[in-house]
Ligand binder design. Structure first.
Ligand SMILES: [Ca+2]
Ligand SMILES: [Ca+2]
Ligand SMILES: [Ca+2]
Length: 211
């Protein structure tokens, strides 16, 4: 595959689609994935202990809303599956129709807030290199370039105002950039992890069509 801008967007999204959302690893998104993610988040909230029924139910209701909202935008053939091409079209459209994270659909704004809270491991309201390394290591991703990738994301504001860290707005803007930017040199490309540590061809093999 050649490195077209489209290939770059595909590569980033294949990485997150398969590693963060396709929880049952069947190469396609369905309610089953979101149900499993709700259980996973309930367990994270209880720091690995078996979560109480109410905690699981609360997460399920959040993820149910997210699933309904995602399918309302992305499930273009209305078969209750979100195939990868539908997912990618959804983010391409967002890139055309929005200018910043503040204009995203509600569930993605909530997701960003939650993602920031999860990543800010020491809860100081900033995302620093230690938080980034912890995040990469927790997800068992390649940590060898974490420092280099983190430095790449920083802008002057992060360096001068926040001692080389991203505040929550900067974090959200950077994930937004990851989601929509077609520019292979964009600053946000490593915020979700070293997507290019896995060749795109390898990721493509894991994507499936509806059974
Ligand atoms: Ca799945
Ligand atoms: Ca579909
Ligand atoms: Ca922090």
């Amino acid at each position: 595959m050649t490195t077209t801008d489209d290939g770059f967007l595909r590569h980033k999204h294949l990485f997150t689609f398969l590693n963060f959302w396709d929880e049952n690893h069947d190469g396609i998104l369905s309610w089953e994935d979101f149900r499993l993610l709700a259980e996973k988040f309930a367990k994270i909230q209880r720091r690995g202990r078996q979560p109480e029924k109410e905690v699981v139910e609360r997460w399920q209701s959040i993820f149910e809303k997210w699933w309904n909202e995602l399918t309302s935008y992305a499930d273009s053939n209305k078969d209750k599956y979100v195939e990868f091409h539908e997912w990618l079209d959804f983010f391409k459209q967002l890139g055309k129709n929005t200018k910043s994270f503040g204009e995203l659909p509600e569930f993605l704004k909530i997701y960003l807030q939650l993602f920031f809270l999860c990543c800010d491991a020491n809860k100081d309201g900033l995302f620093c290199i230690k938080d980034y390394k912890k995040y990469i290591a927790n997800l068992k991703m390649d940590t060898s370039k974490a420092q280099e990738h983190f430095d790449y994301m920083l802008i002057d504001e992060d360096r001068t105002n926040n001692e080389n860290a991203l505040n929550s707005d900067r974090f959200k803007a950077t994930v937004y950039d990851f989601w929509v930017s077609m520019d292979p040199n964009s600053k946000g490309k490593y915020i979700c992890g070293p997507f290019d540590s896995i060749p795109i061809e390898e990721l493509e093999k894991r994507v499936k069509k509806k059974p």
